[in-house]
Design a protein around this ligand. Structure first.
Ligand code: GLA
Length: 547
């Protein structure tokens, strides 16, 4: 179907309604405000024990870190999870298969509590106004069996064969978050998309039984491309998935591994591994690994680059340093409110590379929820200082209007500029900006009538879609009268589909809008966006809009 005027005659609209085909109209949907932006789950922020404590994690360390998070201002800045990683459990179960932990490592912390009950530490963490995370493996043998970092190997430190029991136990203990590793999965050559879906269903059943939700963190280091199957896996309404390896092996003070160093190259490698912008939307996030900000090996400038890249990627912000020993500068980097705001932007999208002036001289841009705003990083990967320019048109902003530029790390407004801004970026460094300009025009493709309900038997295709950018930001206007999100799969051209969450819009009459990003790889007006569902009713989709 070709481009049509915005007011289709009634007979044509009826025909289109029957076929599920679409009309195209023009306008700026930012300005139309017919569909209000719907909030999506944001990437988690917190601390994880692995990077600094390895297998030595216990109740005292956990408590000290939680107290430090409150005392040093990180909680106030938005950090909330205290995540206990590998080493808390050494593979022992009772005759009913229940996990048994070392009562000395996990003692009673308050009158009436019993040693060896993990709900003790959860209560203490909750008492500080924080949330608690726990860890297991999708296979039978966890990483403590296959390659312990410190101390002896312990068999059976995974949850395979006990999914129902273990995830119910985690929920009953009161945990709010669970990271599921893949050492045992690799060992047995399991299929991650099958195991992680089964675990998601076990988590949902645990929630149904306890009323307690576990946030789902998938950790299989990118094996079998989780960005292609992890969004909404097993019905999960929000999750994260690791996209690569560990930035650094744990640096544990007073141990044989105290001399290890985090590397800046490792930081850049995991940032690059996490860029899968078409998969990151509506509460589903690529996870480039826990941060090494504040750990030995990085300079303060490199800490800022690292933090900025994670925020721009919209990744989880999980500090891995020992929070009781952070330098003032590292703490300032971790808690910079303007940088955190970029990470926690309500659209929940990932930055895309929008220009590359020369090898290693890159411009990255993240669409933000305020109309006309972009978070931008000028990234110089080379070993010499170099100028890098960002053009407003590359950001999808009106090229003929001026825009203001703010340097986030300097905390300084740099002024108003026409068409572009250029700065000299030191070697192996970044400049992180927020650019505020005039939003470019969107073209809207309308579904027939007041929207088309996507069902199992009735997919909806938008054909002949044109775009200026290869990775396009796409605004989807829809309705979902349910309290819970509905889901639909989007396939763009012949690419692998992604499952999108459509949160409640309150009623079937009030349209809401979410943003996604897709690779529209066909030049001209030849792209095809097809929405479908496999089971439950999907949302009613009114339009898609893009530049
Ligand atoms: C894997 C993960 C790490 C950590 C360790 C624990 O390597 O990628 O983040 O959980 O296991 O053994």
């Amino acid at each position: 179907m070709g481009k049509q005027g915005c007011n289709a005659p009634a007979a044509l609209a009826f025909f289109l309604a029957l076929t599920g085909m679409v009309l195209c109209g023009c306008g700026n949907l930012w300005a139309q405000s017919a569909a209000k932006q719907i909030a999506v789950p944001l990437p988690p922020m917190g601390w994880s024990s692995w990077n600094s404590f390895s297998n030595t994690i216990d109740s005292q360390i956990t408590l000290d870190q939680a107290k430090a998070m409150v005392a040093n201002g990180m909680k106030k800045a938005g950090y909330q999870y205290i995540n206990i990683d590998e080493g808390w459990w050494l593979g022992k179960r009772d005759e009913d298969g229940n996990i048994v932990v070392d009562p000395k490592a996990w003692p009673a912390l308050a009158p009436g509590e019993h040693a060896g009950d993990m709900s003790n530490i959860v209560r203490a963490i909750h008492g500080l106004g924080l949330k608690a995370g726990i860890y297991t493996d999708a296979g039978t043998d966890g990483c403590s069996t296959t390659g312990p970092d410190l101390g002896p190997a312990y068999p059976n430190t995974g949850s395979e064969g006990h999914y129902e029991q273990d995830f119910l136990q985690f929920a009953k203990w009161g945990f709010d978050y669970v990271k599921v590793d893949w050492c045992g999965g690799i060992k047995k050559n399991l299929d991650p998309s099958i195991q992680y879906a089964e675990i998601a269903r076990a988590i949902a059943r645990a929630e149904a039984l306890t009323g307690h939700r576990l946030y789902y963190s998938i950790c299989n280091w990118g094996v079998n491309s989780p960005w292609t199957w992890a969004p909404n896996i097993g019905g999960s309404t929000a999750d994260i998935w690791r996209t690569g390896g560990d930035i650094v092996a744990p640096i544990v003070a007073n141990s044989k591994n105290s001399g290890r160093k985090a590397s800046f190259a490792g930081v850049l490698k995991e940032f690059d591994s996490a860029i899968h912008s078409a998969a990151q939307h509506t509460g589903f996030y690529n996870d480039p690994d826990m941060m090494v900000v504040g750990m030995q090996g990085l300079t303060e400038a490199q800490n800022r680059v690292h933090m900025g890249l994670w925020a721009l990627a919209g990744g989880p912000l999980l500090a891995g340093a020992d929070l009781t020993k952070l330098s003032d500068q590292a703490l300032a980097t971790l808690t910079n409110p303007e940088v955190i705001k970029v990470d926690q932007d309500a659209l929940g999208l990932q930055a895309v590379k929008v220009a590359e002036a020369g090898t290693g001289l890159e411009v990255w841009s993240k669409l933000l929820s305020t109309s006309g705003e972009r978070a931008v990083i000028l990234l110089n990967r080379t070993s010499a200082a170099a100028p890098i320019a960002v053009r407003w048109s590359d950001l999808g902003l009106s090229g003929s209007s001026s825009a203001t530029v703010r340097d986030l790390w300097a905390g300084k407004d740099l002024g108003r500029f026409n068409q572009s801004f250029s700065a000299t970026v030191p070697a192996s460094d970044t400049i992180m900006l927020v650019v505020r300009g005039s939003e470019g025009k969107l073209t809207t493709y309308k579904a027939a009538g007041h929207g088309v309900a996507v069902t199992k038997d009735r997919p909806l295709s938008f054909t002949n879609v044109a775009t200026e950018a290869k990775v396009s930001q796409i605004l989807i206007a829809y309705t979902n009268p349910d309290k819970a999100p509905r889901f639909a799969e989007l396939r763009v051209n012949g690419q692998i589909a992604t499952r999108i969450a459509f949160p409640s819009t309150g009623s079937g009459n009030t349209a809401g809008a979410i943003w996604i990003q897709s690779l529209l790889d066909r030049p001209g007006a030849k792209n095809v966006l097809s929405f479908s569902t496999t089971g439950d009713a999907g949302p009613s989709i009114e339009s898609v809009s893009l530049k």
